[in-house]
Design a protein around this ligand. Structure first.
Ligand code: ZN
Length: 467
């Protein structure tokens, strides 16, 4: 499989460190609020990557952190501690907030058919490990104490800015607006590993450490959780593109300083979901969540389908018209599948099976081209091959796509107990059309519509469905 690697800035054949296995690390959510659907796009695409690697026969282990403490990175961080802000907003403790939004996150993931990673680690459960690794970084001369905090010294590295798809000057300054300079740092890019003194004095969660009572910085948690669970060599590190700098850059700095060798071979970054007014965020405009989609009557799976229609390395514009188009096209897939899914007679046509399967794997092998994979799905629906072959292919495809196609097609068939009255009208209309009495045919169609059904001529014959 060819995969674009942000580290080398090109597509590369994916070769895992250990033959037959693949280790994946995913940056998890900061659990102070609901995830917006822009965050969830990243998790959907990562899920598809994981499922495709499994599909190719690899034994995949995927690990994810939950940031329930320490998303702060320096004393210059923007105004608020998000966890604390969430707790104040809802009159709860920080841990109550963390638990509530962790559950909400996984509930959203379930609705989007995102598999829970094999290992999920809340940052608060790994404090001892963070302390141990920070101590090693101090001992090796990569970290220093200043103003009560422990900082990583980026000047000790030969190469710090690894993801130079971006210009270095863009990386170094103005990454986030409103970031104040932290005067304790020796170098501009240095970042906090452990806070004991912080302007966020009201931290609820603090731990004893050799560096003083305090709490960890954000970046250290991912390095530690990954190395502890997946070892010294990581195959793929995933995340949203906005994490490439500074978060992932700093993860590499710490991990490689700690290990003394290269750490992760492939970096997989999913690009933004934008609205027409710009990058989606929790603070701007309508707060788009899975619950909001449901309130508006959308099946969350359609949002997953919407994401699959675009390549993960392109930013994607979300608006309701685009989502409605995805609904129409998803329903078409379900309707077409419903036409043959219940037919079980016949044998699989292996020539056609292989040909159509190759379209699908070729799409994925080319840097996870999900939109071409959806085209491959349409190729199956359009194909002249028998129903059993089509059903078998779609079942396999959906192990990766996760669109509940077979289930929803079967449901559509079960749900279609069309009343005799409607069926009689459909027959009447057929005769009217045969006699070219289109006025009468239209009148009958209106009657059918009034009864809550839609009738359409298709190449496969007349289709009737509930409106
Ligand atoms: Zn991370």
């Amino acid at each position: 499989m060819q995969l674009y690697n942000s580290l080398t800035h090109k597509k590369q054949e994916f070769i895992p460190h250990e033959q037959g296995r693949a280790s994946i690390y995913t940056c998890g959510p900061t659990v102070y609020h609901y995830a917006h659907i822009g965050n969830l796009r990243t998790y959907i695409m990562e899920d598809v990557l994981e499922k495709y690697l499994r599909f190719t026969g690899l034994d995949v282990t995927r690990v994810m952190n939950i940031t329930d403490v320490g998303h702060l990175t320096s004393d210059g961080d923007t105004g608020d501690d998000k966890m604390l802000k969430g707790a104040k907003r809802e009159h709860k403790t920080v841990m109550e907030i963390a638990q509530f939004y962790t559950d909400a996150f996984f509930s959203d993931c379930k609705k989007l058919n995102i598999k829970t990673p094999d290992v999920v680690v809340p940052a608060t459960s790994y404090i001892d490990e963070f302390i141990r690794v920070i101590q090693v970084l101090i001992d090796k001369g990569y970290a220093y104490e200043s103003g009560g905090n422990i900082y990583f010294d980026t000047s000790k590295l030969e190469k710090y800015y690894v993801f130079n798809d971006f210009r270095e000057e863009d990386l170094a300054v103005g990454v986030r607006e409103g970031v104040e300079e932290d005067s304790n740092k020796r170098n501009k890019a240095d970042f906090v590993l452990w806070f004991t003194k912080s302007k966020f004095d009201s931290q609820e969660l603090k731990w004893e450490s050799p560096f003083g009572t305090g709490y960890p910085g954000w970046h250290i948690e991912c390095s530690c959780i990954s190395m502890k669970n997946l070892g010294e060599y990581l195959d793929i590190h995933c995340g949203g593109i906005d994490n490439a700098f500074p978060h992932h850059t700093n993860e590499i700095a710490q991990s490689e300083a700690y290990l003394g060798h290269e750490w992760c071979n492939y970096w997989f970054h999913v690009h933004h979901l934008n609205t027409n007014s710009g990058k989606m965020s929790k603070s701007k405009g309508e707060f788009l969540t899975v619950s909001l989609l449901e309130e508006k009557g959308y099946n969350p799976i359609v949002y997953r389908y919407f994401c699959l229609l675009s390549h993960y390395r392109k930013s994607l514009v979300f608006d309701w018209d685009n989502l409605n188009n995805a609904v129409t096209s998803y329903n078409k897939i379900i309707e077409k599948t419903a036409l043959f899914v219940n037919e079980t007679s016949g044998d699989i046509d292996s020539m056609e099976y292989d040909r159509l399967m190759k379209n699908f794997t070729d799409a994925f092998d080319n840097d996870l081209n999900t939109s071409l994979a959806i085209t491959a799905l349409y190729d199956v629906l359009k194909s002249e091959t028998n129903s059993v072959t089509k059903t078998a292919l779609i079942k396999e495809f959906d192990k990766v796509l996760g669109l509940d196609i077979i289930e929803n097609a079967m449901k559509a068939n079960q749900g279609e107990e069309i009343p005799a009255e409607v069926l009689a009208l459909v027959e009447e209309r057929k005769s009217a059309r045969k006699e070219k009495n289109f006025v009468l045919a239209d009148e009958i169609r209106n009657k059918i519509t009034a009864l809550g059904y839609e009738v359409r001529e298709t190449r496969q014959g007349v289709e009737i469905r509930k409106i």
